[in-house]
Design a protein around this ligand. Structure first.
Ligand code: ZN
Length: 551
């Protein structure tokens, strides 16, 4: 699964023009129009009949609490955001796109172009967003801790903002800094807890409400992983630290309000029952099987009802794995939530148009959402099979340690490949419809283009290029020079996937770093055919903009 955000970009703090100077011109609005078009509006709603009146009331309180997360996050991104928003709202009739793009980005900085400002008069985004004083450097922060070692814990906390108090620096707990919004948000969570019928959900909501006031998130993080048998899946609070490009400490507020998908959850439970068989079915010698992997985190399939804050900004999350607190992960593990209706929206707005442009007519017709979702789900499940803890000579080690910097590339490639390999097996077992593979193959091919589209330097793009080139070399993917379109060779693809799975699993089973390097060097590249196909995709939307049915 794609890491949620991969903005690893550092901008030095710079003087920022005051909001009084920010003025909107219609030419500016025109430039924004092109960027805005990269986000296709998509209605996000849950299947009919999945929410009864009690659940609706509960969701209503969660949405109320979530709206406060929007307000907090807006202020975390940039100190002048409230004023700029006000000004853009007043100029909305003459520059509607600028206002809308501001809403998508939670500020005047374009998240698709490494935070380039798109509102006139706004300078560079401070690296530490509004989580530190805008003029504070990394060196000043470090010097302060050296001189005041007792401040270290509070300064490095995920849940404090650093502010200047006269000549001093101070760490202000979020519970104080954002009190204005956290107090009413906690009220809504308490009301929601009363409406919850599931006791584990009730516990999470009550303890999270407490955390908003006490600033101690440990217990409610534990409660979140322990939720069981619940109908409403919700995660709300300060989680990811990607907004903090200065120190990487400070968590941004966000919220996911979702309904657990009962049908998919039942299917997932069946797939998990097959884990031992999937391990036994791997195309490698017996001695390398059962080497200590397991499904490390429980998976919940859910439908998104509403989201807020950090996760709603820029590119939309398909799945999230929380909590981030290492103490909780060690004690309780983590949990992964996959958002099926968000995936459907992206499938319809992005994957289907991609298939129509670069694949043969027949194959493009076979591209199907259920196959796409099955593959993303089996990708996650497949991280849990295959070698994990291995022996090298006489000593015990792990695949991760041996493959070091190449690990995520090889492991992502493995999970994708086994995702299809296992789909074949489970279709044979009747978990999917008989003719399922007719749509699995072309959908898989479309997915490769979707991931390679933004380059191959990041693990997922690179892993997809490796699969693509390997399968091309086996003629399992065919390229028609005349039309420039790609298609799957149905006779060759099954065996080719098996070979690819075997090669990757053996690199992992033997902790073969040199082999991994050779594999990557040979297959991770972008040939002229891929490049010309990707060039045809320039006007396919980059992402969706969620339009919630829930108002
Ligand atoms: Zn993955």
């Amino acid at each position: 699964m794609k890491a949620r955000k991969t903005i690893i970009f550092l901008i030095l703090a710079a003087a920022v023009a005051g909001p009084g100077q920010a003025s909107i011109k219609s030419e500016g609005d025109m430039a924004v129009k092109g960027q805005l078009a990269k986000f296709a509006p998509a209605k996000i709603e849950v299947d009919k009949g999945l929410l009864d009146s009690r659940q609706r009331a509960l969701v209503g309180e969660l949405v109320n609490a979530s709206r406060y997360m929007d307000e907090i996050f807006l202020r975390q991104v940039y100190s002048k955001n409230p004023k700029i928003r006000e000004k853009l709202a007043s100029e909305r009739s003459s520059a509607p796109d600028t206002y809308e793009y501001f809403e998508i980005n939670f500020g005047p900085f374009d998240r698709l172009t490494h935070d380039k400002p798109f509102v006139e008069g706004v300078g560079k985004k401070p690296a530490g967003a509004n989580l530190y004083p805008e003029d504070m450097t990394k060196a000043e922060f470090q010097r302060w801790i050296e001189k005041n070692p007792s401040d270290r814990e509070a300064f490095e906390s995920n849940f404090t903002a650093i502010r200047r108090k006269g000549k001093f620096l101070a760490a202000i707990p979020y519970s104080e800094e954002y009190r204005e919004w956290l107090v009413p948000a906690a009220e809504s969570l308490k009301k929601a807890a009363k409406l919850a019928s599931n006791s584990s959900l009730k516990r999470y909501l009550s303890n999270r409400a407490e955390a908003f006031l006490s600033n101690d998130y440990f217990q409610s993080d534990v409660d979140w992983v322990r939720m069981k048998g619940h109908d409403i899946e919700v995660a709300i609070g300060p989680y990811e630290v990607y907004e903090d490009n200065l120190m990487g400490y400070k968590a941004a507020f966000e919220s996911f309000v979702t309904r657990v998908d009962p049908k998919e959850s039942a299917r997932l439970a069946k797939v998990v029952d097959y884990l031992a068989e999937l391990e036994a079915n791997l195309p490698i010698p017996e001695e390398h099987k059962g080497r200590g992997r397991s499904l490390t985190s429980p998976i919940v399939v859910a439908q998104l009802i509403f989201s807020a804050g950090d996760t709603k900004s820029g590119v939309q999350t398909l799945a999230f794995n929380l909590p981030n607190d290492e103490r909780v992960r060690k004690q309780e593990g983590s949990k992964k939530v996959m958002l099926k209706n968000v995936q459907r929206a992206k499938f319809e707005k992005i994957l289907a148009p991609i298939a129509a442009r670069v694949m043969s007519k027949d194959d493009a017709r076979g591209v199907d959402f259920e196959a796409f979702f099955a593959h993303t789900l089996l990708h996650e499940v497949s991280h849990g099979v295959g070698p994990g803890e291995i022996k090298k000579g006489d000593s015990d080690t792990t695949v991760n340690k041996e493959l070091s910097d190449l690990y995520s590339l090889i492991e992502e490639c493995k999970a994708d490949t086994l995702g299809v390999y296992n789909a074949i097996y489970l279709t044979g077992k009747g978990l999917y419809p008989k003719n399922f593979l007719d749509s699995v193959w072309p959908t898989y091919l479309a997915g490769l283009f979707r991931s390679m589209r933004f380059g191959i330097s990041e693990a997922h793009g690179g892993a997809n290029a490796m699969q693509f080139n390997y399968l091309m070399s086996k003629a399992a993917i065919a390229y028609d020079k005349k039309t420039g379109l790609f298609s799957i060779d149905r006779a060759k693809i099954g065996p080719a996937i098996r070979d690819l799975a075997r090669d990757l699993l053996m690199i992992e089973a033997t902790g073969d770093y040199a082999g991994a390097k050779k594999f990557v060097e040979r297959w991770k590249k972008m040939g002229p055919e891929i490049k010309s196909a990707i060039a045809k995709l320039s006007d396919v939307p980059v992402d969706i903009r969620p339009v919630y049915a829930y108002k």
